[in-house]
Ligand binder design. Sequence first.
Ligand SMILES: Nc1ncnc2c1ncn2[C@@H]1O[C@H](COP(=O)(O)OP(=O)(O)O)[C@@H](O)[C@H]1O
Ligand SMILES: [Mg+2]
Length: 269
Amino acid sequence: MNNNSPLIQQLTIEEQLHEAQNKILLLEKMMIEQSRLAIMGEMIGMIAHQWRQPITIIGMITNNTILDIQLGESNQEQLLADMDLIDKQVHYLSRTIDDFRNFFRQNKLPQSVTMRDLSSELLTIFGKTFDNNHIVLTFNGEMEFEFTTYKNEILQVFLNLLSNSKDAIEVKEVEKPFINIVITKIVNSIIFEIQDNAGGISDEIINHIFEPYFTTKSEKNGTGLGLYMSSIIIEKHLFGTITAKNNDQGTQFTITLPINQDPKRAHVY
Ligand SMILES: Nc1ncnc2c1ncn2[C@@H]1O[C@H](COP(=O)(O)OP(=O)(O)O)[C@@H](O)[C@H]1O
Ligand SMILES: [Mg+2]
């Protein structure tokens, strides 16, 4: 009986450890969910940007048509042309929704992607917002190189980084804002360098930016979960690394990913 007790004790400690690990995993999952919601909020703002113009066009056409009918000046040819224009705008509106929705679908399996694919999705999402803010987004390097990864997860990380750069550019009122993404490939890894010219992150806080709930923004604008979530996705899920450093222009984030994601090792949140 006495001989058994250390074993029982040990098992209990192992069980406790297991339980604690499960709790941490659950907490991470919840935080990722929370940050997804925060990103969704930001994206709704972007949808609003993209929708403003087509909605104005549809409104103008309908008002003109009503006026023409009231004045007895409507003709069928004009009406058909106008309806065609409305139809195009409606297509555009529904396409935007699809683009944004695809973004939030979880990939169950890794898939083959190139930076060209990723860049065109990012431009669809950020294009209008960046145009309005005169931010020049460029991509350089191995654009056509195919690697295997969870596409939506890496897109979410880019989304976080780009929206942080955009925020910093706005706050600092940068005159000629740019964000440059460079892709290189070495042996079994692919490296992304994301550089902005928003002045960088101050030395006192740069070591804290990947911590959960760390933010320098007001409650309305920041959750402090974007970079935390990005590091969880990159390091725990995609088995890569993510780091940040300052240089004379601004902040540079470096992401390293394995070229081939092993579906057996990765776990999807
Ligand atoms: N490109 C950047 N330029 C300047 N500061 C940045 C940049 N990216 C991140 N930061 C800083 O890191 C903090 C944490 O970012 P994040 O985790 O995305 O949370 P949030 O954007 O909600 O504040 C930001 O509040 C900001 O102070
Ligand atoms: Mg952020």
